[in-house]
Ligand binder design. Sequence first.
Ligand code: PEP
Ligand code: MG
Length: 894
Amino acid sequence: MSAVGSAHITLLAPLAGWSTPLEEAPDAVFAGRMLGEGLAIDPTAGTLYAPCDARIIVLPASRHAVTLRTKEGCEILLHVGLETVALAGAGFEAHVREGQQVRAGDRLLSFDLDFLAQRAPSLLTPIIVMAESGFRIVRCSLDRELAVGEFLMEVERLHEHSTVASAATAAQSGPAASASSASGVVSARAAGASIPAGVTRRLTVTFEHGLHARPAALLTASLKNLAAEVRIASRGREANARSTTAIMALGVRRGEVIEIHASGPDAAAAVRALSAALEHAAAAPRLPAASLAHATAPASATGAPALAGALTAAGSTAGAGAATLKGVVASPGMAVGTAVQLQRPEIDIRENGAGIEEETAALDWARSALRARLERRADVAADNEAEETARGIAAAHLALLDDPELVAAARALIARGKSAAFAWRSALRRSAEALSALPDERFRERVADLIDLESQMLVALAGGSVAAAAPQLPAAAIVIARELLPSQLSALDPTRLAGICMAAGGPTSHAAIIAAAIGVPALVALGPEVLGVEDGTPLLLDAALGILEIAPPEARIVAARAQLDARRAWRATLEAAARRDCRTADGVRIAVFANIGSQAEAQAAVRNGAEGCGLLRTEFLFLDRQLPPEEAEQREVYARIAVALGERPLTIRTLDAGGDKPIAYLPLPPEDNPALGLRGVRTSLAWPQLLRTQLRAVLGIHSPHCRLLLPMITDVEEIDAVRALLEEERRALGQRAPLALGVMIETPAAALLAERITAAADFVSIGTNDLTQYTLAMDRGHPQLAPRLDALHPAVLRLIARTAEAAEAHGRHAAVCGGLASEVLAAPLLVGLGIHELSAVPAVIPELKARISGLDSGQCRALAQQALAADSAAAVRRLLADPAALPPDSGDGL
Ligand code: PEP
Ligand code: MG
């Protein structure tokens, strides 16, 4: 009854209750889909049934969850409630055992609903189609009451051999294969024969509940950007470390020793990543909210804090962990420090005014005082990313301050007898409410700017300033607030600010952007519990995994500080090495440039060893404003960026508007298919005055290192049309030297016409983001297709190879400036395909250069030939992970 065809499976509701989206589950591992897609059921009865015919592959001793595998290979996790592993089986009864075959509708577990309701933070029961098993949800029954056995969802296989599990099985042919169990766990001895030499580390798991779903998901996630083959062995059994199910099926308990074995190009990095993730998972048990108050009492209160619940070298002692909260990463990094709660200044305001004239005058005076302050901030010549961000935010606040609707609404309230403060606050809150109701999160996050402006105005009306009200921070302060306002954050002493935690807020709020700009790690959406943390409590903020540890044991803090120091030292070594020009080990020159979008990023690029800018995205100058930037404004910005780059090349891309980057002041028609509509060079040619202004601005900086790049080209006529305008403007300006005009290869049309296009252009740079979107016919913003939108698809690689060959035939080198250039894993392949210039995000440049300097170009070419002959992107990724196909990395990329 469950199979609808070879790869289509129907799942029936395994328990009665209300079905909701996974986002409703207050747990980042589930809501963030770290394990896979699915939904959650809020149960109304305490029995869990099999949703389809399948085998039970994981049933932990805590009996709080069951993982099944269908005969087609689809793995489904049914996880009753959240944090229920902590109940250690209390309240649960199992009716099946691991390895048992069940039929749809068979009883799996019973649980005591009332008991769980009192002890678990949520009863929401996630039903997850495990991503690694290679199935996707076709349709599902959401937001409705379900009875047991009703239709829940239909899933289908993504494509053959696309999964980690299948890769692992394939790798274990012969005797190992016969040893593999239903869960993906194999006998270590049997599998051992096929394990290539690599890096091994033994560790003791001290995590309170062993390796259950959450730590397993964190472990697999930690390996996401690494290519090594990694296995975890315990008690003579072994699992692929990229398979959550297989890790869970090992059934590793607290105190047991596991062995991590990695092989492949970045084996050392993989073992490090896995160890760090294990350490975090171990040290970060989530506690039900109710127990937080108790847990946040400083661990030293007893004089003998429990030892870290961390993963330690085999044989050392284990202990209880600290309370932790999970949030959303707004600015990456790690911090160790002490808690400082920051409240918004409470300002008492009168509702009734002292007279229309008096209140109007007060409003006008406060607006001009605030305007003067904001203008000073917006006019500062920004020398770094932080100042540039502050400038932009001040400019946005200025626009709001003069918003005619807001001002008119405030004046109308004053006319009705209200005070200036009351009127201003009411007007802003009305707008904030309207914004909050919009479906787009980015608009909702602008609400914080309105509240910020409200608070700055109220302070101004009361005769003060936000800066004056800012608290003195202790050293290494981790500031906690419900939602930090940009002005509050800017007023804090950055030298004492180690990290930021917000109970609410979003990752694209202005406060988050400032935090990232000043390099302070920040987590948002931690929930109201964080507001209960007492001032002075030691904190460990991990803004890589999104975890805040409250009052962690001293040993944990010492380990984290050591980790921070080690990370800084490693980074410094790479950065020092990155100052040199980049060559492969056998001497082939590969230029490594940076993609940037501002002057601050240009500075960051130089610091990171960029040899130039391969892509300046000029959109930042054109978006979020009422009118296009004038020639002088553009010229000034481009000139500042050129100065920041010194003698290095600067590649300025003309406006790439339209599509997913709409511009308010252009009458762009609504598009049925924005990605296929008026965007890139098409927009520029449709508004030639806009293009001419930009061309004049670029010519106006008189830089011999500057060149121009055109986005979204599909044929030679577009190049000729832009060149004609460029030449006209150049002659009009009386300039002699022509500007080099390059083309982005980001449509299949351009790649297929590469011979003609490279003849017409002065240089070419491959935009793999769009080239992948258009080649695979997958929208680059599509959430469900995101995992398959892979630039390593052989079809994309063939277009890259073709472009590189065409460029060589004209005596030129092709560059890659799309996201693939920032994937260190792909560097050998791109070198092998004949690419001689990569333009990457600044932060990755040191690692990229280190990787390239260890490569042999002949081996890269052989690797590229194999990749071009591959059947899928997954096959190419497997190839890149295969140590036999690739020269091994030295471990740290040096
Ligand atoms: C690309 O498409 O690869 C590219 C670099 O351009 P963007 O990401 O700005 O569209
Ligand atoms: Mg593009």
